[in-house]
Write a protein that binds this ligand. Structure first.
Ligand code: GH3
Ligand code: MG
Ligand code: MG
Ligand code: MG
Length: 325
């Protein structure tokens, strides 16, 4: 359990949890060789560990590997009319095959070719005549490493997703907006395109919590987020900015277009009550919104949000249930 001990010390143990569990699952292995007899020999030597698929055509192999989640590919150097290193290079260059482990099955006296293959990113090699135990051991090591890396990658992806997602509503969180709005601003400036930011804040939301409890309030926030999401486009960046405040960054949208969207949201909230609590009581709410549009090359993400917030403040001061831009 060396792994568990060392990772605990540096605090990433959750990322590595369950790395061993899937190792028992039958490995998916592909032998790429146009010599049926040679491929059969490899398959035979591995039979106590795995039943590999065999693919005689290198181009078909590339597609097959891109489609199937192989744990390792054994590439023979014995092709008559094809350079096996081309296949290795191709596998390393495509997104969908980049991480598949490759073992080169070489003839003896092919040291130069083996070296080039290793430079191309082949993970390991074995030289004929093949030894059953050596071949199995090398394959097993690659399979284990592949599965370990798969899990690590999946866990990292999930951890990152969680770090930029608001747990209550599933929208992006403020951290994500903060890290991306500057990019959207730069992109809009560079392309001479408009960009608008809208901040919404539910009116008198405290009374929802006071009347229906915090869970009732949460229910409203989830439903509001859903309505907001339905009213913006896929390229718009909608996030829960905090509490009952939401921010939407809208690329290619000027202040007038953004105001129309804000007005649509406002009208929908006013018109359709929220169903709250176990009895799904119809609760009427309103929302206020402030909008700011990108203004000149000196404008910044922080400046945009600040002006949207000032507009929101005006909307509140003006009596709530309104959009100010
Ligand atoms: P107004 O915006 O119209 O000025 O009034 P308000 O009542 O909405 O004002 P305020 O922004 O001060 O109140 C927001 C409330 O939102 C206070 C807080 O208890 C509640 N709140 C913040 N985050 C959450 C949450 O995650 N869940 C729930 N249920 N309530 C939250
Ligand atoms: Mg409020
Ligand atoms: Mg508020
Ligand atoms: Mg505020």
């Amino acid at each position: 359990r060396l792994r568990a001990t060392t990772t605990r010390n540096i605090g990433i143990e959750p990322l590595l949890a369950d790395t061993v569990a899937g190792d028992e699952e039958s490995p998916r292995v592909l032998v790429v060789d146009d010599d049926t007899r040679a491929a059969g020999e490899v398959a035979g030597l591995l039979s106590s560990y795995v039943t590999p698929s065999v693919q005689p055509d290198p181009q078909a192999a590339c597609f097959q590997i891109a489609e199937g989640n192989f744990d390792c590919v054994l590439v023979s150097t014995g092709f008559a009319r094809f350079d096996p290193l081309r296949l290795c290079a191709q596998l390393r260059s495509l997104d969908r095959t980049r991480f598949v482990p490759i073992i080169l099955v070489a003839e003896k006296d092919e040291q130069q070719r083996v070296t080039r293959a290793l430079e191309l990113g082949v993970n390991d090699y074995i030289v004929r005549p093949l030894d059953r135990q050596e071949l199995t051991a090398r394959l097993r090591t690659q399979v284990r490493r592949k599965r370990y890396n798969d899990r690590l990658r999946a866990n990292v992806t999930e951890t990152i997703a969680m770090a930029v997602t608001d747990g209550l509503t599933g929208l992006h969180n403020r951290r994500y907006l903060d890290s991306h709005l500057e990019t959207l601003v730069e992109r809009a400036k560079a392309g001479g395109r408009p960009l608008s930011v809208m901040i919404t804040d539910l009116d008198c939301f405290k009374t929802v919590n006071d009347t229906y409890g915090h869970d009732g309030g949460d229910e409203v926030l989830r439903e509001f987020a859903e309505r907001l999401r339905r009213n913006v486009r896929g390229i718009d960046l909608a996030c829960r900015y905090g509490g009952e405040e939401f921010v939407v960054a809208m690329p290619d949208t000027d202040a007038r277009a953004a105001a129309r969207i804000g007005e649509r949201v406002r009208a929908e909230i006013e018109a359709a009550p929220f169903a709250v609590g176990p009895d799904q009581v119809a609760v009427r709410l309103t929302v206020s919104a402030g909008i700011a549009a990108l203004d000149g090359t000196a404008d910044t993400a922080a400046g945009l949000v600040k002006r949207a917030d000032l507009a929101l403040y005006e909307a509140k001061n003006g009596g709530r249930n309104r959009v100010v831009s």
